[in-house]
Design a protein around this ligand. Structure first.
Ligand code: MG
Length: 383
């Protein structure tokens, strides 16, 4: 299988490299794209011997060009699109963070290349356009997210589905009060109890915005109305999600929490192979599975995401852009954790929705919202 990884130095990308290493001869890596972590990218190049490489900055591109004269080195967002447009690929793992994923995903779809999608923002921003084009081109969008990977495995006949059940670990503040959440430090927020992930998604997991983005992602991936998507808090993260059928049968996918399994499945689908840490699942070791309703008051971002998804058009674009900018500001200690919700909610409610937006309108809206949020924060409107 000829594959490329967009975002090979991030959390998902690194684990994908581990999966590839454990399956010698199965994968041929065409391209690696890895932000500006040149040191790690260098190691990955030596390990996987790709034809093409892409980094963020031109200076790093020049550095790598000198070091690896036989490799084509690209840079920036155009470089990502270039690499995603390479028809040699049989599958592309899109595991870049944030809005960077959208353009290369669309480019790969145009070339008929199947996508293992780990970037949920792509579907939150432009799910209608992406899924429609993928269908027209016969391109598979294979979810890497553990919840959507689970649903993908549990789903047989969509017409017989009653509802999708998406599980949530509840994040680090599941048992905390609203007051604790309001005064949470960056360090506390980055301390996720179950999953070791990148910073942006870890903050989103603490506010449950991540779950909200996943609800929107599920709506697009599985063509399911929002009132048929339920979020259930499940702190052990053993049940990764489930599908309820019209006859009352519920099919769930279980496993110990590790991203290697959903990553590998999205890369090797429809086949299964022995995994990196194929541990014998043990119900006795798992022992106890708890389930609870999400607390929308403590985690208003989840409610906001349901509303934004239902509104459709550019509303999810606004929510995603405002949230992402606010998360960066929180990580830089410019605003509080609760401000992320306040800012995002404010932006969503002051936006005039554009129904059925074009891709240009989506990017324009995204840019406008990010600027507004940066100004709001600079003027200290939300502190
Ligand atoms: Mg997830």
């Amino acid at each position: 299988m000829k594959i490329s990884i967009l975002g090979s130095t991030g959390s998902i990308g690194r684990q994908a490299v581990e999966v590839i290493q454990k399956m010698p001869g199965f994968f041929e890596v065409v391209s690696l794209c890895g932000g500006d972590n040149v040191e790690l990218l260098r190691q990955q190049i030596k390990l996987l011997n790709p034809k093409n490489v892409c980094v963020k900055s031109e200076s790093n591109a020049q550095l790598l060009e000198k070091e690896f004269p036989k490799i084509n080195v690209f840079h920036g967002d155009e470089g990502l699109v270039e690499i995603a447009s390479d028809k040699t690929n049989e599958r592309i793992l899109v595991s870049v963070s944030g809005k960077t994923g959208l353009k290369p995903t669309l480019a790969a779809i145009e070339k008929g290349v199947d996508i293992a999608l780990a970037n949920k923002e792509t579907l939150v921003m432009a799910g209608d356009i992406v899924m429609k084009r993928a269908k027209e081109k016969g391109v598979k969008i294979l979810p890497v997210d553990s919840e959507h990977g689970a649903i993908h495995q549990c789903l047989s006949n969509r017409k017989e589905v009653e509802k999708l059940i998406i599980t949530a670990s509840g994040g680090p503040f599941r048992e905390k009060t609203i007051d604790d959440i309001k005064h949470a430090t960056v360090e506390e927020t980055l301390h996720h109890p179950r999953w070791n992930m990148g910073k942006k998604i870890t903050i989103d997991s603490a506010t449950l915005m991540n779950k909200g983005l996943e609800v929107i992602e599920a709506h697009h991936l599985f063509d399911m109305p929002y009132d048929k998507i339920q979020v259930v808090v499940h702190p052990q993260s053993i049940v990764h999600s489930a599908v309820e059928y019209v006859d009352g049968s519920v099919i769930a996918q279980l496993g110990f929490p590790t991203m290697h399994i959903p990553i590998q499945y999205a890369l090797t689908y429809p086949n299964r192979f022995e995994g990196i840490e194929t541990r014998n699942f043990d119900f006795i070791k798992a022992a106890r599975l708890d389930f609870d309703a999400p607390d929308f008051e403590k985690f208003p971002c989840l409610k906001l995401a349901f509303e934004a998804g239902k509104a459709g058009g550019t509303v999810p674009v606004v929510m995603n852009a405002a949230n992402e900018e606010a998360v960066f500001a929180f990580l830089n200690e410019k605003i509080s954790l609760w401000n992320i919700y306040e800012i995002t909610n404010f932006m969503v409610n002051s936006h005039e929705n554009i129904e059925n937006p074009s891709i240009e309108q989506i990017f324009e809206t995204d840019e406008k919202v990010r600027n507004s949020v940066r100004n709001l924060i600079k003027d200290e409107k939300f502190v």
